[in-house]
Design a protein around this ligand. Structure first.
Ligand SMILES: [Zn+2]
Length: 504
């Protein structure tokens, strides 16, 4: 956290001591000559921002955009056209392939006994279907915290709808359980279970009568249909099961897979640097979304912030020392497909990357600059954060966002900077039917876009290079020491082997 007391002390001491002033010359926005540019950008970004207009267009004219779908292709064209009309340089798309495409069809559930009533469900992404017309089946519970035991007796789930519930105490870490979940679902399918109520991993979805869709593992598809069910409906089922009553449902879930890979693309535009054009600061967000609503908060907000940041920089007529590269990735929701493809396609330039600034935590105000494990950068970043205090008080930490497009940059040893937002309302809109424009406040959106523009420009325009990638050994050690190994391994993204292990 930035230390205002220390800064105050420095100001008091240097007020009547020239020698001390030279010694403690702050590496502030003023001292590093970025301030005139920042002031112009702040003016354009706050007084003439297209952010909410862009978000409205994306929500209402493009709408939901699942990677590989025709709607996602429209979103790619829309973004490239916006980048061109904003005036960015080198606007282009970079193609990559997702292993399989998926389309949501109807999902209905009706309780047949003990009561007769409709239930609220949504299929999880990249999961399968019941036979046409659906099936009637009894529910059998499976304990998330005992998946190994449950899998040994998988034959008891034959012909059943499996209700996954977290009971008792976990024997493994959540991330290890998460890593094993996809294979458990495959075991249920092999045993002849008909469907799984377990989209929320044995927990209950947030919100009143909301379901949340999503993927169940990185680049994983399941033949068995898996659904998220509203917590009120789950609660009633759980009470019946606890009383020993049998619960019978009718479920009809119809989804479609493509037979092979589907093409997608990231959208890229630049402001080429005036002194070190080869050095790159990435400003990014994911363009793809889920499909229960408009994909406004996840991550239309990030998309509109990236585009509005580009707009403010172009309108200000500033050209930073280094290249600012605006990137909209697809495939984030299936396991960072687009940003991982970006790292591969730009492998030879990663040594020249300085940082990535990413916004993907919903609709709330930015509260924290998370520097992605790079605690060595906090001291030089603090004065910049302090310079924003009339916009918002934002703390600076080395926290890591490993569940978004920041992760591939962090794994490459770079500061994958997450503009962490207040999550109070995002937990309801995230992947749900409530992910719509109604959840967004235009003033908060505009401030977030302003903060994104200023952050990226400040990094790109500093006289000295803000950061260089750490060697793999150092990154691996940092990730192990901060307890991230299990999570990254569960995502299938641990590529460091034994690196970073402390000597025995
Ligand atoms: Zn997202």
């Amino acid at each position: 956290m930035k230390n205002r007391l220390l800064i105050l002390t420095a100001v008091l001491v240097t007020a009547n001591c020239t020698f001390a002033r030279e010694l403690s010359a702050p590496k502030s926005a003023e001292a590093d000559t970025t301030k005139p540019g920042l002031v112009r950008i702040a003016g354009n970004a706050t007084m003439d921002s297209p952010a909410f207009q862009l978000l409205t267009e994306l929500s209402d004219e493009v709408g939901a955009r699942v990677t590989g779908s025709p709607e996602a292709r429209k979103a790619i064209e829309w973004s490239a056209a916006k980048m061109k009309s904003i005036g960015l340089e080198n606007v282009h798309t970079e193609k990559w392939n997702l292993w399989k495409g998926w389309t949501r069809g109807p999902a209905e559930a009706v309780m047949l006994a003990p009561l007769h009533r409709p239930l609220a469900i949504s299929a999880m992404g990249w999961t399968g279907s019941t036979p046409t017309g659906g099936v009637d089946a009894d529910i059998a519970a499976a304990n998330l915290f005992d998946l190994e035991e449950e899998a040994k007796n998988a034959s008891k789930f034959r012909g059943k709808i499996v209700y996954v519930v977290a009971q008792g105490k976990p024997k493994q870490s959540f991330w290890t359980i998460f890593g094993n979940y996809a294979s458990f679902l495959r075991q249920l399918h092999a045993a002849g279970a008909v469907a799984v109520i377990g989209g929320d991993f044995g927990f209950k979805p947030e919100g009143m009568h909301l379901t949340h869709t999503g993927i169940l593992g990185f680049f994983v598809d399941e033949e068995i249909p898996v659904v998220s069910m509203a917590k009120e409906d789950e609660g009633q089922i759980e009470r019946y099961l606890a009383e020993g009553k049998s619960v019978r449902l009718h479920v009809n879930i119809q989804n479609r897979f493509t037979s092979g890979p589907v093409e997608s693309a990231n959208v890229v535009g630049e402001v080429v640097g005036r002194e070190h054009p080869e050095q790159v600061v990435v400003i990014g967000a994911h363009l793809d979304s889920w499909d229960l609503s408009e994909g406004t908060t996840d991550n239309g907000v990030g998309v509109s912030c990236v585009l509005a940041a580009a707009d403010a920089i172009m309108k200000s007529g500033v050209r930073p020392r280094r290249t600012m590269r605006f990137v909209l990735w697809t495939g984030e929701e299936q396991g960072f497909g687009g940003s991982l493809a970006y790292m591969k396609q730009h492998a030879s330039e990663i040594k020249d990357h300085v940082a990535a600034v990413v916004l993907d935590n919903g609709q709330g105000p930015v509260k924290e600059f998370q520097l992605g494990g790079r605690d060595d950068l906090i001291a030089s970043f603090d004065p910049f954060s302090d310079s924003l205090e009339n916009i918002r008080d934002i703390k600076v930490t080395a926290e890591m966002e490993l569940e978004s497009d920041t992760a591939p940059f962090i794994l490459a040893g770079l500061p994958g900077i997450n503009l962490a937002q207040d999550p109070a309302e995002y937990k309801f809109t995230h992947h749900s039917e409530a992910d719509a424009l109604e959840a967004v406040k235009p003033d908060v959106l505009t401030q977030d876009a302003t903060i994104m523009a200023l952050t990226a420009y400040w990094i790109a325009d500093r006289p000295d290079r803000f950061a260089s990638p750490w060697p793999a050994e150092k990154t691996a050690r940092m990730l192990r020491e901060t307890g991230q190994f299990e999570k990254i391994n569960a995502f299938g993204l641990w590529t460091f082997g034994n690196l970073g292990q402390s000597p025995q």
